[in-house]
Design a protein around this ligand. Structure first.
Ligand SMILES: [Zn+2]
Length: 432
């Protein structure tokens, strides 16, 4: 299938540079971008789609999510993180079954496609169920079965969760033309043990894998780790060999200056989750310092129970404004840096070198943003529009590997009514 997107503006090349081709054409052959330019291409196409009024941008990459937690949206809101997690969320999670995970994953993917997300990195129970939804829906995802272990004597070889995580890795990594990648998940320092983390990190290095974990999300967690081990969570993971693989570290709110030096040296990606950090009272992540030290900063929504939505454009807006306010300096996180976090840097963190920028040869992972609404006009400069003005409802079309998955409020691979029915059934069973 060869498809031509025509009459649209295109944020071409490195999106952070803000180079826009006006009234252009973007040609797609199968999953790949084959043409970008202001002139009509000469080769023939099976279909030409008029995208008048739209700007094509690289699909957004949500680097930290717990997709099925949309089922718990609103549960325990307004509680501190530890009370929320252990008192409200975990008791419900204990009753989740595979059908719930399918319904929740489908609902999360509907929500993500509608705001231009083409790929997400996730950590949750029954990831094999989410994997099938990812394969069927056409979106991209990096999934994992996260390691948790509370027994300090447990050897890595004897840890059933590690055996299960490796089985999931072998069964699903690279499926669906590598739309689905499997990461090594380590929940956090506070829900694991040195023995199991060291063993699992060594397995990851052997396999050449990537690791997704939570890092210094709350001050309490950060302090308790120092009391337990005499080192910060970042130092703890470094000393266990975890950071010798490519790592995506969620939150990093309480990372110290020396921790940021370690993240820069180890090329660890720092996942910024501004909505979740503010809602749960975790604090303001040291994004400005991380950027200054050359850390790969990316963005994530976190799960819908701690956000309470999966709207990456809202995360971009918050990332663009909160640090200016905190530092009393309007220049510290410029729009280009935020666009980069949400696209190029996110794709890099996921280990996807063929996406994140609209260029010939890359995969056609595209979000089309409409500039028709009153709040999108006038638009003298594109990048500030994408960080300060745009709303999720402005996303008109979402394309992954050349396939249109969402277009003008319609879903082409998922039945939104049926998803709503299944989610309703799960929520009634779980929450009464
Ligand atoms: Zn999380």
């Amino acid at each position: 299938m060869k498809r031509l997107l025509k009459n649209c503006d295109i944020l071409a090349g490195s999106p952070a540079e803000g180079k826009v081709i006006r009234n252009g054409y973007l040609g797609i052959d199968g999953p790949t971008i084959t043409y970008i330019g202001a002139e009509m291409p000469t080769d023939g196409y099976d279909e030409a789609k008029d995208m008048k009024g739209c700007l094509l941008i690289p699909g957004l990459v949500n680097c930290h999510c717990h997709a099925p937690m949309v089922l718990l949206r609103g549960v325990g809101s307004d509680l501190p993180l530890q009370e929320w997690l252990f008192g409200k969320i975990m008791p419900v999670e204990a009753n989740l079954n595979e059908e719930d995970i399918v319904a929740g994953s489908q609902l999360a993917i509907l929500e993500m496609l509608a705001c231009g997300i083409t790929s997400f990195t996730d950590m949750y129970y029954y990831p094999d169920q989410t994997a099938q939804v990812v394969i069927d829906s056409g979106i991209k995802a990096n999934l994992c079965l996260p390691l948790t272990c509370q027994d300090p004597e447990m050897k890595g070889e004897d840890c059933q969760r590690i055996t299960d995580a490796m089985a999931f890795y072998k069964a699903f990594n690279g499926k669906a033309d590598a739309r689905l990648l499997v990461d090594f998940g380590i929940h956090s320092e506070y829900l694991t043990t040195p023995r199991t983390v060291e063993y699992f990190s060594a397995l990851c290095r052997q396999e050449g894998g990537r690791i997704h974990l939570h890092l210094s999300e709350t001050l309490r967690e950060h302090k308790e780790c120092k009391e337990r081990y005499g080192k910060t969570p970042t130092e703890w993971f470094r000393d266990l060999g975890t950071l010798d693989s490519p790592v995506l570290a969620a939150h990093c709110v309480h990372c110290e200056d020396t921790d940021l030096d370690i993240l820069a040296e180890k090329k660890t990606s720092f996942i910024h989750n501004p909505s979740s950090n503010m809602k749960l009272g975790s604090g303001f992540a040291p994004v400005v310092k991380a950027l200054q030290k050359g850390v790969n900063v990316v963005l994530g929504t976190d799960g819908a129970a701690s956000n309470n939505n999966l709207n990456m454009l809202e995360e971009m807006h918050l990332a663009a404004v909160i640090h200016n306010g905190y530092h009393r300096d309007a220049t510290v996180v410029p729009p280009g840096a935020v666009i980069r976090m949400a696209t190029t840097a996110g794709a890099k963190a996921q280990g996807r070198s063929d996406t994140g920028e609209l260029m010939v040869g890359n995969k056609a992972d595209i979000a089309a943003v409409s500039f028709d609404a009153p709040h999108m006009y006038p638009a003298p400069d594109i990048l500030p529009m994408l960080t300060y003005a745009v709303q999720a409802g402005d996303v008109q079309t979402t394309i992954v590997d050349g396939n249109i998955l969402y277009d003008n409020s319609s879903y082409l691979t998922l039945d939104a009514e049926q998803v709503r029915y299944h989610v309703g059934r799960s929520v009634r069973r779980l929450l009464g």
